[in-house]
Design a protein around this ligand. Structure first.
Ligand SMILES: C[S@@+](CC[C@H](N)C(=O)[O-])C[C@H]1O[C@@H](n2cnc3c(N)ncnc32)[C@H](O)[C@@H]1O
Length: 247
């Protein structure tokens, strides 16, 4: 794929405006932060390093500090505006590092460098998960946690921010909302070294998600809501799962 139309954050960093508010404490932590902290907490030991890929402005750090106030956290994101905000907000904290980076080509010196690597709510927005997932596995010493949409079948979809199309009839202003199949994740992890992969259900408090939906759905596209226990964003069912790779 040569078009970069899917990189919606490059056109408008407000797509993730809530990350700024979570870093400053204006918004409560996400439901998935609570589960991430619990999952990381099962394997974390003091002194370990964690890498957050697609970290936005670094809001997961606040939750992870509950495990260890001295936790050593690195964040990488492709959007410079989020990393600039994070660097400025956490400027005096010696335990955190941020850098601009692309999950399709993480730096070579990341290989085996981080005890725990996680990547939440990013893979669904990518045109492919294969190289990104391999790169996460490569960067990890022992554990990788990925939260994304996973189901029996891969289901590719595009959320159009505006109904604009190029001469090739392709939309020019959209974000992917792709669901990847469990099998495709298994295959990638098998080819990245044959590591163990477990899939876990997503846990959430529907009331909190719906409160945020009520506050933000007017100003942002496809904010998640919960209906009859099912998470929905825009007109798509969001089948959130966690993949846990153990090396
Ligand atoms: C939906 S946000 C999720 C942010 C955060 N992980 C969270 O769960 O709140 C997707 C993030 O992925 C980042 N991103 C998109 N493409 C990327 C890429 N190729 N490499 C690294 N980060 C990327 C975006 O800049 C954005 O911060």
């Amino acid at each position: 794929m040569t078009s970069t139309a899917w990189k919606v954050w490059n056109r408008d960093d407000k797509v993730e405006q809530r990350t700024y508010k979570r870093v400053t404490g204006e918004l409560p932590e996400m439901e998935c932060t609570k589960q991430l902290v619990s999952l990381v907490g099962e394997v974390y030991r003091p002194g370990m390093t964690v890498l957050d890929v697609g970290c936005a402005a670094g809001h997961y750090y606040h939750g992870l500090r509950r495990l260890d106030p001295d936790i050593r956290y690195s964040g990488v994101d492709a959007t410079a505006a989020y990393i600039d905000f994070a660097k400025s907000h956490f400027a005096t904290n010696p335990n955190v590092q941020f850098q601009v980076g692309d999950i399709f080509g993480l730096p070579q010196d990341f290989t085996g460098r981080f005890d725990i690597v996680f990547c939440c709510n990013v893979m669904l927005h990518l045109p492919s998960h294969d190289a990104p997932l391999r790169n996460l596995v490569r960067a990890a010493k022992s554990h990788v946690f990925v939260r994304t949409l996973l189901a029996e079948k891969t289901h590719l979809s595009k959320l159009l921010y505006t109904d604009s199309f190029g001469p090739d009839c392709e939309p020019s202003d959209f974000a992917f909302q792709n669901t990847w199949s469990f099998d495709s994740f298994r295959k990638t992890v098998a080819s990245a070294g044959g590591h163990r992969i477990d899939f876990l259900d997503d846990r959430f408090d529907a009331e909190q998600i719906n409160r945020e939906h009520a506050d933000f759905n007017r100003v942002q596209s496809a904010v998640t809501k919960v209906q009859d226990g099912v998470q929905i964003a825009g007109s798509k069912v969001f089948e959130w799962k966690w993949a846990h790779v153990t090396k």
